[in-house]
Design a protein around this ligand. Structure first.
Ligand code: GAP
Length: 459
């Protein structure tokens, strides 16, 4: 929908039970969000879609579910303890706190990203270009400081024996430390990938834009291990794979673009990195990061753990540290893109507004809504149908209000099919199936409902 605002998305998500403010009855906790009944279902469907395409249907990849709290040496080795930090700056006039790199990209409307710049370079740019504070419009800032994003906690019972551990800042490290386990247990041969979905935690300086940037979020990551020298081919393979995944899930092509990182932005260990960006209501934002990480991760873990992480090619007998290509996407950011992309408002002939979540059928929380036309006449048969169909699909049941209102509610949450039970059902064993997008109605025999629906929801 054109002119969709984030405010509208937040209200919609709350009203229909997708996302609530976290700890709301206590006044909330800033930038924390709880997924409601429909949000939980939609999120699970998106996660399952990713798992289906990246694990089940791709014979190169395996799944993993590593612990959130890991040995702290993992984070020392990976470099997160020393340098997983954002540049922080405060406005001396109004005391507003900003991420200094974001200040520059907002000021230049995205022309400069300041990714990978030193503190000195950021400060000089802000002074030379008189970048202003978005809150008070003055240009008077403190020096830039680095702020580490890892959340610390303690394990152990007694104070003296407690030791510092970290909530994982990304799921990727759980994969790197299990590279050898998966290779051995699965008799995996290079090239192969390991996929993981799960929560990650970052003490973000400036969270915001609803679920776009939060301190607790879910990632879906693939670390793909390949022979050095083949990495750029695989980088291209996964770039194509990821963008096609987003088309398949239903995002509009014109709202997606690649943004290649410049040499200056690239991490020192990366040969190539690109972001797939989506046009959110607040503007273009990173949805998926795809990086050629070379052998950096395995090298540092080999050094710190003193375990041999080399791969021995069973055919050529070559021994090498594999290179890694990593497509990493935030599930919450994809959820937000899916909702923003699918939300629509249509004006009907009678002047009413029809809210419509035109979502991929596979992602819809409920596939079917069963409706008895007249409660006291058709309830029994409709419940029988609900019991039969709910064994096969996630479905809902709605018996209150006019049939038009019930259609509207189903359209608004993206339910693809409404099945109405009426006198024809009792007399002829047929139901009316209404399609969400076309509003076209088909008469279908009860015995054929499952194949009718299955034909339309299989990807
Ligand atoms: N292992 C690589 C990695 O974590 P990243 O670019 O920091 O790379 C990958 O994160 C993806 O995770 C991003 O493209 C984004 O979709 C998501 N993400 C990162 N930080 C986030 C946050 N604070 N809130 C929500 N999603 C986030």
């Amino acid at each position: 929908m054109e002119n969709l605002t984030m405010e509208k998305v937040v209200n919609y998500a709350k009203n229909y039970g997708f996302i609530f403010q976290g700890s709301e009855i206590y006044g909330g906790l800033s930038n924390s969000w709880d997924y409601g009944p429909l949000g939980t279902m939609l999120k699970e469907n998106i996660r399952n879609f990713w798992k289906q395409k990246f694990i089940t249907e791709n014979k190169l990849n395996y799944g993993l579910d590593a612990a959130i709290i890991m040995n702290p040496n993992v984070w020392i080795a990976s470099g997160h303890v020393a340098s997983f930090a954002d540049p922080l700056i405060d406005c001396k006039k109004c005391k507003a706190r900003h991420r200094a790199d974001h200040l520059i990209s907002e000021f230049t409307k995205g022309k400069e990203t300041a990714d990978g710049w030193s503190n000195e370079k950021i400060e000089k740019y802000i002074t030379d270009n008189k970048v202003v504070c978005p809150t008070c419009k003055k240009s008077d800032f403190t020096p830039v400081r680095k702020f580490n994003l890892l959340f610390e906690t303690k394990i152990g019972v007694v104070d003296e024996s407690k030791s510092t551990v970290y909530l994982r800042g990304e799921t990727a490290q759980g994969i790197f430390v299990n590279f050898k386990n998966v290779e051995r247990a699965m008799r995996a041969k290079i090239p192969f990938g390991i996929c993981q979905t799960g929560k990650a935690f970052r003490n973000e300086v400036t969270p915001g834009n609803f679920i776009f940037r939060t301190r607790e979020f879910e990632q879906m990551e693939l670390e793909f291990f390949c022979k050095p020298g083949t990495d750029l081919e695989w980088f291209k393979y996964w770039k194509d794979y990821c963008i096609n995944f987003l088309y398949l899930i239903g995002l509009d092509k014109e709202k997606l673009r690649f943004r290649d990182h410049t040499k200056e932005e690239l991490s020192f260990y990366s040969k190539a990195t690109t972001d797939i960006e989506y046009l959110y209501p607040m503007g273009w934002g990173e949805l998926w990061g795809i990086a050629d990480r070379t052998d950096y991760d395995l090298t540092v873990h080999e050094k710190h753990s003193r375990k041999d992480l080399h791969y021995l090619d069973p055919e050529t007998h070559e021994k090498y540290l594999p290179y890694v290509v990593e497509p990493s996407i935030g599930l919450d950011r994809l959820f937000l893109a899916v909702i923003c992309n699918a939300y629509n408002e249509e004006t009907l002939d009678n002047g009413d507004t029809r809210e419509l979540l035109k979502i991929n059928y596979n992602l819809a929380p409920y596939k079917i809504n069963v409706l008895p036309l007249i409660k006291k006449l058709h309830n029994e048969k409709a419940e029988e149908l609900f019991n039969m169909l709910s064994k096969k699909f996630p479905i809902s049941y709605d018996e209150s209000g006019s049939i038009g209102k019930r259609y509207r509610r189903a359209d608004a949450i993206g339910t693809p099919f409404c099945i109405t039970v009426d006198d024809e059902t009792l007399n002829n064993n047929t139901v009316t199936i209404r399609n969400r997008d076309t509003t076209k109605q088909d008469i279908v025999n009860i015995d054929d409902i499952i194949s009718y629906i299955e034909e339309q929801i299989c990807v």
